[in-house]
Design a protein around this ligand. Structure first.
Ligand code: BES
Ligand code: ZN
Ligand code: ZN
Length: 529
């Protein structure tokens, strides 16, 4: 069993969220809020006893609540009978709408996460501290998944970052301290398994959000290294940190080049989850750019503060490793690599026209110092493939503004040299509510990064196809290894607003990576024609 336990307190600023099984009758719950998720087409809410089902029928009759998506109905059972003969001792009861039954299994998963998020929001509004959710028994999904998706929705919806600004007591919404799940008649062991999985990925996702929410001076490359080392101590993951001296010895001119304008040293952080040598190894690489000013090709000041989020890919990879260590994986070994540095414009900074030499020897002409993500990823990809000989590589990065122009804030850009890998990731993203959209790659785009003075250049002469030319740059460093690139610039923050996705950093990528690795299908060799 993985040893990384402790329920949520691994988040950077120690937010303690917990979820546990409530194994007594739901009707004996005396806490702040008792919740029944209700489907629009199902007239009852499971094995909950006659009282609740009678109340639900009455509420439905009024027409005030049908169980529609986002619909809620809150009531106070204490006001209905006297204190003594009160049938439901909970302070409040909430009916929460799941919406109509849908044919698609992914829609049904998402409905549960959404209702979980809605419950967390409602609980916050009324400042409930202890919340019991009775799982819907007749919901058309495997019991493990019902508990898993509900737990994810509750914990992700309960997320808040207030390290630097404590909310004023009166007007601030509360925060649930303890969630309980009642199996509602589903198999108890399945519910426990699902709850534990959901909790592990939700806590890891919240940890990724915490890292991202930290300002540039609160989450530096050294913080990435420290966090990984802590994971190395607390879990079965093995952590290695390469410092500036190591990077120099390895000739990682991309990471070192980007780092030249910064006063803080760079790191290349690695975490290894090893099962068995015979199993395939999957390499994950995340862009850990803790602040991107653009360097000498400075970004405009308006909105530049958002570039503290340029490390979201790195956060997603560390957090995915954390979740993997907790849940455990059977079919694969996994390596997580995070190249971490700032991109600033100190007097030694990289300049347009400079030529750098990447790990492995390939040279690159710097056209735009703001196209720095590809420079640090190139070294990490080439090094990771060289050292770990993975069956596949997946990188996650806030790489281009162009992906926001193309896909907006609702889909992550996916680019890959392997159809099977692209399909596995697309399926995983669809399952967890983090949709991916594939863009093409090809020699016609690759031509845009031909350089007259070096092997390649780091930006095309015009901005056309910016997301694709960035991926072409990365592709130069993966050789024939099956590789997929997730451009999360549009989804790492300002992601599609949902009850369980907050306004700031979303933690996107963590759940997609974990789902993909949990269901890994070994890649078939590709016919080279
Ligand atoms: N970190 C940015 C990409 C980005 C932009 C992420 C907006 C999220 C929101 C990246 O390093 C960058 O600046 N890319 C340039 C590349 C260009 C100079 C070729 C871009 O997208 O403009
Ligand atoms: Zn940049
Ligand atoms: Zn960047």
């Amino acid at each position: 069993m993985p040893t990384f336990r402790g329920r949520g307190q691994h988040s950077v600023h120690n937010q303690t969220v917990a979820i546990q099984i409530f194994d007594k009758e739901a009707s004996t719950f005396t806490g702040d809020l008792l919740v029944y998720p209700v489907e629009e087409d199902v007239p009852h809410c499971g094995e909950t006893g006659a009282t609740i089902n009678r109340l639900l029928a009455q509420v439905r009759e009024t027409g005030d609540f049908k169980g529609g998506k986002d619909q809620v109905f809150l009531f106070y059972p204490g006001l209905m009978g006297g204190e003594k003969d009160q049938v439901i001792p909970a302070k409040r009861v909430l009916f929460a709408g799941l919406g109509k039954q849908d044919e698609s299994i992914n829609v049904r998963r998402e409905q549960l996460r959404l209702v979980g998020g809605t419950i967390a929001k409602q609980a916050a509004t009324i400042k409930a501290k202890e919340v019991l959710v009775v799982l819907p028994k007749d919901y058309l999904l495997d019991a493990v998944e019902i508990a898993e998706c509900m737990s994810e929705g509750l914990l992700l919806g309960n997320y808040r970052f207030d390290l630097y600004k404590k909310p004023k007591e009166e007007d601030a919404p509360g925060r649930v301290e303890r969630f309980f799940l009642h199996d509602g008649g589903l198999a108890a062991s399945a519910v426990r398994t699902g709850m534990e999985r959901g909790q592990a990925v939700a806590c890891a996702t919240c940890a990724a959000r915490d890292m991202a929410n930290q300002p540039g001076n609160g989450w530096t490359p050294a913080e990435f290294a420290e966090y990984a080392k802590k994971l190395g101590k607390k879990t079965r993951l093995k952590c290695k940190v390469l410092d500036k001296g190591d990077l120099q010895k390895l000739h990682m001119g991309g990471i070192l080049g980007v780092n030249q304008g910064s006063a803080l040293p760079p790191f290349l952080v690695s975490l290894e989850y090893k099962n068995d040598k015979k199993l395939p190894t999957i390499l994950l690489v995340g862009k850990g750019l803790t602040f991107d000013s653009g360097g000498i090709c400075a970004k405009p000041p308006a909105g530049m503060e958002d570039m503290k989020y340029d490390m979201c890919g790195g956060a997603a990879v560390l957090a995915a490793m954390q979740a993997i260590a907790e849940i455990g994986l059977e079919g694969v070994n996994v390596i997580g690599l995070v190249p971490a540095t700032e991109n600033l414009s100190g007097s030694a900074a990289l300049k347009p026209g400079d030529v750098i030499r990447h790990y492995g020897g390939k040279t690159s002409e710097i056209i735009n110092t703001d196209a720095e993500g590809r420079l640090i990823l190139a070294d990490a990809l080439a090094y990771g493939i060289d050292v770990y000989k993975p069956q596949a590589v997946i990188d996650v990065a806030t790489l281009t503004g162009a992906v926001i122009i193309g896909l907006g804030h609702h889909y992550t850009g996916l680019l890959s040299n392997n159809d099977q890998l692209a399909a596995q990731l697309t399926e995983a993203g669809a399952q967890v509510g983090e949709p991916l959209w594939r863009l093409p790659l090809g020699p016609e785009y690759r031509k845009q990064i031909d350089s007259r003075v070096a092997d390649i250049k780091n930006a095309g002469s015009d901005r056309s196809g910016g997301t694709i030319t960035a991926a072409c740059y990365l592709q130069e460093f993966v050789g024939d290894t099956p590789w997929a690139h997730l451009d999360i610039a549009g989804t790492a923050w300002d992601f599609t607003e949902k009850s369980y996705i907050p306004k700031g950093p979303s933690g996107t990528g963590v759940r997609t990576l974990v789902a993909c690795l949990r269901q890994w299908q070994p890649l078939k060799p590709v016919d080279k024609k």
